[in-house]
Design a protein around this ligand. Structure first.
Ligand code: GLA
Length: 726
């Protein structure tokens, strides 16, 4: 799986190879793609005549020949010494010197997967076929030791990456940029795919050709953000869902990031991913070490669909943790869109009663249950039940909800502090801020300074107070603003560039503590909908509220974009009222259910007010969910017709044991005298027979080559076809 021979590292998984070489002390990036059974010695992999006609810097090799790092494909490019492309790392020694020369020192291969202290990462379990490669590089000028970490997952076909920086010199060293990876692609035409959007319109796939220069997406919002996701893919221009090369990159991080591709004058494309250098620096005292966040990389020779499935599988099984990773999660009712802040115990119990009759399993009380929170402008930090609304407190309400046979869950926004709160009046310096600069509000609130241990302890205590009662089975962990004036009075001026990252370390520490201490509680991440839908959060919370937009049509698009990297098991998906509260569209209850059912199903409307017909529909949805959730959440996804530029969308899920196939078909827009659409299935057993719920039999090859014929002449029509292998 990992070999080192004649100056060549070969990392291989079941279907892929990744090759690096050590040339004149520098680590070269040589190959990434389909598995190579044989990799020759380094000299055979270098260009036969490696000199370019013009190179502005000369490095002399041991034969006295000239070469330049600018001409080569580099593995972790340093800065200031002749590689003029985007560097993976930049730093400054105590004299302000910035040029670095990272030279190969040694390596180590160990069993299992490395971990990253205090940070989320993919893990391995004992029986897994996983190895770690550590490559040690040294900057001869500053005595900075850089370790490149590679986690090679043989069966899952994934390589994870990270880098560490240890100051082995005798003076302070300041890191100013530290990417998690850099990969050079040799002479390839590539397309850049990224997931960009906005609040309530998250993760829309965008695709464009990589051209000379840089194309990148980024966040300096302090969270991974609604605007861009820390994911991108480079794919061959001919790549589709089912064919072509697809290289996927995703950062296991919930904060500022940069992700991009730079094409140079030799048509080499450099991909890079890591913490955004804007506003970032990290001072390493002698002996100290810094770890980058982890990046997950996936290669597929069979298109974008297979790339997605590789991400889905490793995220479901080796990123998410805890008991809910493996068991079915409860169907919930959330009161937010039913009541907003205007609720009391009686209203909540009415909704609960209706939910109980329909078979819902968990009642979630959203924002507004604490302090004096009748609006969004106060009380964050005062996590004390509001007895005006809940005269019997959380205890009284939770017990009554349990009496209806439902579990009880609560909304929190633990990272926040409202200026109008007892907490802020007691601790006006507890928010992130910069000296005496004005503190900018976002949604009328500030962000707690989680770089400070005593503040993290306060947050843990506030959650402990409620969770230790054992009454709460579910927590929705929200985060509703972007960061500004990112600073902390607890750190000296040299360390202010560390605050955004230290915040994340503090946050992850709280999440680790709380989720470990309350293993029976189901946690759902949220950030104004999907503003922090990233693998960092998924390490602690197995599901995330996908978007505040619950309109069925919008959700077809949002869930599609999200599925490019993340599994349906991670997507909170609710049926809400019509006209929809975000786009005012009216869609049938059946469509709303058929869209939400693929994710973690919930309802977010006043169920007591439903018509009898809608109640019957909800009962059908819940019954179908019990039957199919394992297929949607643990099976493989095939996007048969993607909703971009199409009036029809269709997804296929195949259960892990391949016995059940669910095909979800949505008509986004009907047209008169429409042409027929064929929904052709993928990856079935061509010789097997598949039986639908009415007893009709189809052969695998028929379903793959003819499929289902759709006339698409009814707006917002939808179908879920279930086939069982005979
Ligand atoms: C955010 C969430 C919503 C809801 C509100 C409550 O916007 O995404 O689902 O919880 O906060 O204020």
């Amino acid at each position: 799986m990992i070999t080192y021979k004649d100056g060549v590292f070969h990392l291989s998984t079941k279907d892929t190879s990744y090759v690096m070489g050590v040339f004149e002390g520098k680590l070269l990036n040589l190959y990434w793609g389909e598995k190579l059974n044989f990799v020759p010695e380094l000299s055979k992999m270098l260009p036969i005549d490696y000199f370019r006609t013009f190179s502005s810097t000369d490095v002399i090799d041991s034969d006295g020949e000239k070469f330049s790092t600018n001409d080569f494909t580099m593995e972790y490019p340093d800065y200031g010494r002749g590689d003029y492309r985007i560097s993976a790392f930049e730093g400054k020694d105590f004299e302000g010197t910035t040029a670095s020369n990272l030279k190969f020192d040694s390596y180590e291969i160990v069993d299992g997967k490395y971990s990253i202290p205090k940070m989320p990462a993919i893990y391995s379990e004992e029986k897994d076929n996983v190895k770690t490669l550590k490559i040690y590089l040294r900057d001869e000028y500053s005595n900075l030791k850089v370790t490149l970490l590679y986690g090679v997952f043989e069966d899952l076909n994934v390589i994870t990456r990270a880098a560490t920086f240890k100051n082995e010199g005798s003076e302070a060293y300041t890191i100013e940029k530290a990417f998690s990876l850099s990969v050079d692609f040799n002479c390839k035409e590539l397309d850049f795919i990224h997931l960009s959007g906005a609040w309530a319109r998250e993760r829309v796939p965008h695709r464009r050709r990589v051209v000379a220069g840089t194309q990148q997406v980024e966040s300096i919002y302090g969270i991974s953000s609604h605007i861009h996701n820390p994911f991108f893919a480079l794919v061959s221009p001919d790549a589709t869902e089912t064919m072509g090369d697809a290289y996927g990159f995703n950062l296991v991080y919930s904060g500022n990031f940069i992700a991009g591709a730079q094409k140079d004058c030799f048509d080499v494309t450099r991909a890079y991913l890591g913490i955004h250098p804007t506003g970032f620096s990290w001072v390493l005292a002698p002996g100290e070490e810094f770890y980058t966040p982890e990046a997950v990389t996936v290669y597929s020779a069979n298109g974008i669909g297979e790339m997605s499935r590789k991400f889905h599988k490793i995220y479901r099984t080796r990123l998410c943790r805890g008991k809910y990773r493996d068991i079915k999660r409860p169907i919930l009712i959330n009161n937010w869109e039913a009541t907003y802040f205007d609720f009391n115990e009686e209203k909540i119990l009415k909704i609960t009663e209706a939910a109980a009759e329909l078979g819902v399993e968990l009642m979630v009380l959203d924002d507004g249950w604490f302090g004096k929170r009748d609006k969004e402008n106060c009380s964050l930090g005062d996590w004390i039940p509001d007895t005006r609304k809940l005269p019997n407190g959380i205890k009284g309400l939770a017990e009554k909800v349990n009496g209806y046979g439902l579990k009880f869950g609560l909304w929190f926004e633990p990272e926040m502090i409202s200026p109008d709160s007892d907490l802020y009046r007691a601790h006006p310096d507890w928010c992130l801020h910069q000296c005496d600069r004005e503190r900018t509000l976002g949604r009328s609130q500030y962000i707690l300074d989680l770089c400070r241990e005593e503040i993290c302890d306060f947050v843990k205590g506030a959650l402990d107070n409620i969770l230790s009662t054992g009454l709460v089975s579910y927590v929705k962990w929200d985060m509703n603003r972007y960061m500004s004036e990112v600073g902390s009075p607890a750190f000296s001026k040299e360390h202010q560039g560390e605050i955004a990252h230290r915040y994340l370390i503090g946050l992850y520490g709280i999440m680790e503590y709380i989720t470990k201490k309350y293993p029976d509680v189901l946690f759902e991440g949220c950030s104004g909908g999907g503003g922090r839908f990233d693998p960092g959060i998924l390490h602690y919370m197995p599901q995330i509220w996908t978007s505040d937009d619950t309109d069925a049509l919008e959700r077809i698009d949002i869930q599609y974009g999200t599925s490019i990297c993340y599994p349906y098991s991670a997507m909170g998906a609710h049926v809400s009222a019509v006209p929809n509260h975000q786009v005012y569209r009216t869609t049938p209850m059946k469509l709303r259910g058929d869209v939400a059912i693929c994710g973690q199903l919930g309802y977010e409307l006043d169920l007591a007010k439903l018509t009898d017909a809608d109640k019957e529909e909800v009962k059908k949805q819940i019954a179908a969910y019990h039957k199919l959730s394992d297929v949607f959440h643990n099976g493989d996804l095939y996007r048969l017709i993607t909703p971009d530029n199409s009036d029809v969308a269709a997804n296929q899920f195949i259960s892990e044991d391949e016995s059940t196939v669910a095909v979800c078909i949505y008509i986004k827009r009907a047209r008169p005298n429409n042409s027929f659409k064929f929904v052709k299935l993928l990856n079935l057993d061509k010789n097997a027979l598949y039986v639908d719920e009415k007893g009709n039999e189809f052969s695998g090859d028929y379903l793959m080559h003819f499929g289902f014929k759709i006339s698409a002449n009814k707006d917002y029509d939808s179908k879920i076809i279930v086939l069982n292998k005979k």
